[in-house]
Design a binder for this molecule. Structure first.
Ligand SMILES: Cc1ncc(COP(=O)(O)O)c(C=O)c1O
Length: 390
């Protein structure tokens, strides 16, 4: 039982993380921040302390694809009621998140593995399935944790450039599957925001599984909840019958819990069992667990988050297209814009105006990834984009 009275302070969504001290406390140091965020936020040079000060001030955060409104309200309430759990090791309570995910997705609990963010799932997948003789197949550019992990471990990496329409080149990836340990397929893709439809993904999975008798395929669906394209469907149904396909998702994006670190994989038990020994023990904190369970239960809030993102994304895209710049149609909470100049320079210019946009994603060095903020933030950002690009 909670021995403490519930706090009466009404936290706003945006101030809550700061009030907890998660966002407003100690200055971030470069090494921990870089490793924890996979370089996602690295913005404008390497002065992390200065950037952190700016982010704690009035700068608009458009660099890490977070939820600009903060944690969903149900998660805030659940954490307020559970502060006492912060004193306890959380290992034995992870089951409540697994049970909630199982109910929400209609999958048995044995088919769910939690991670300290889905980043941990990506990392342990490489550890489990790649080796010096079993390479990783990944796209370029795409989310970099798998390739970074493989390189750090000395495992070979085959990176497949995007096709001429800036989509993940599924045929190109297929050509690299033979002999691979793991294929990493990010759908929708980060940083482009493009999503492949169900038919293309199904065809790819069938062909990839046939191309190598042992290869395992990880479909990263971190942005699943934002997709509107009716041709898209999750790869989740594959998990029921195919032990060599598994799916990762996260609470960091639409649920606004990036600071808490909760991600998960859906896969067959034998597949998850190969990854589980590589996990960090107690890797999902107690407050992260209660927040995740509460967030999942509030399905109406999900629709509100989707709508807010959809509107601000359409507005943001049109700011750039009205200026004559190419934007890849996005199915996520960010847009990728061809700014026709070095993205690093554009990023620095934005930063001087109080906007922190994404870092460059080689080899697309003239494209800038802009995360979607609130509509108010995007309205404030628009004149800056017009001034810099007009
Ligand atoms: C495609 C993709 N996968 C995984 C992650 C990792 O997110 P987290 O560890 O917060 O779940 C991210 C973060 O930006 C991402 O963009």
């Amino acid at each position: 039982m909670n021995p403490f009275p519930e706090p009466s302070v009404a936290f706003s969504r945006r101030s809550f993380v700061r009030a907890l001290g998660l966002g407003g406390g100690a200055a971030l140091t470069a090494p921990s921040w870089v490793s924890a965020r996979g370089l996602e936020s690295l913005a404008g040079g390497d002065d992390f302390a200065a950037l952190d000060r700016q982010l704690q001030g009035s700068a608009i955060r458009l660099m890490s694809n977070e939820n600009p409104n903060g944690p969903v309200p149900a998660a805030i309430r659940a954490m307020q009621a559970s502060f006492h759990e912060a004193a306890w090791y959380p290992a034995s309570t992870e089951g409540r998140v697994v049970t909630a995910l199982s109910r929400a997705n209609g999958l048995p609990e044995e088919q769910i593995l939690l991670g300290s963010g889905s980043g941990e799932i990506l990392k342990i997948a490489v550890q489990a399935f790649c080796s010096p003789s079993k390479h990783l197949v990944t796209a370029l550019p795409t989310f970099e944790t798998p390739a970074g992990t493989a390189r750090a471990l000395g495992f070979p990496v085959k990176e497949v450039p995007l096709d001429a329409r800036q989509r993940i080149d599924l045929d190109g990836m297929l050509r690299e599957v033979k002999g691979a340990g793991l294929v990493f397929l990010c759908n929708p893709n980060n940083p482009t925001g493009h999503v492949h439809g169900k038919d293309a993904i199904d065809r790819f999975l069938r062909a990839a599984l046939a191309a190598d008798p042992e290869v395992v395929i990880l479909v990263d669906e971190a942005y699943h909840e934002f997709v509107d394209d009716p041709s898209y469907a999750s790869a989740l149904p594959w998990v029921a019958t195919q032990p060599r396909v598994f799916v990762s998702r996260t609470f960091s994006k639409i649920y606004g819990l990036a600071g808490l670190r909760v991600g998960y994989a859906f896969g067959q038990p034998a597949t998850l069992a190969r990854m589980a020994p590589h996990r960090v023990s107690n890797g999902v904190g107690a407050l992260a667990q209660v927040a995740a369970v509460a967030a999942l239960a509030d399905t109406q809030q999900m629709a509100r988050e989707q709508q807010a993102n959809r509107e601000a994304r359409a507005f943001t895209s049109s700011v750039f297209t009205d200026l004559g710049y190419e934007v890849i149609p996005s199915q996520t909470n960010f847009v990728f814009v061809n700014v026709r100049r070095e993205a690093r320079e554009f990023q620095a210019a934005c930063r001087a105006e109080g906007l922190i946009v994404g870092r460059p994603f080689p080899p697309m060095n003239q494209w800038s990834r802009v995360s979607i903020g609130t509509m108010d933030e995007m309205r404030r950002a628009a004149p800056v984009f017009r001034k810099l690009l007009g």
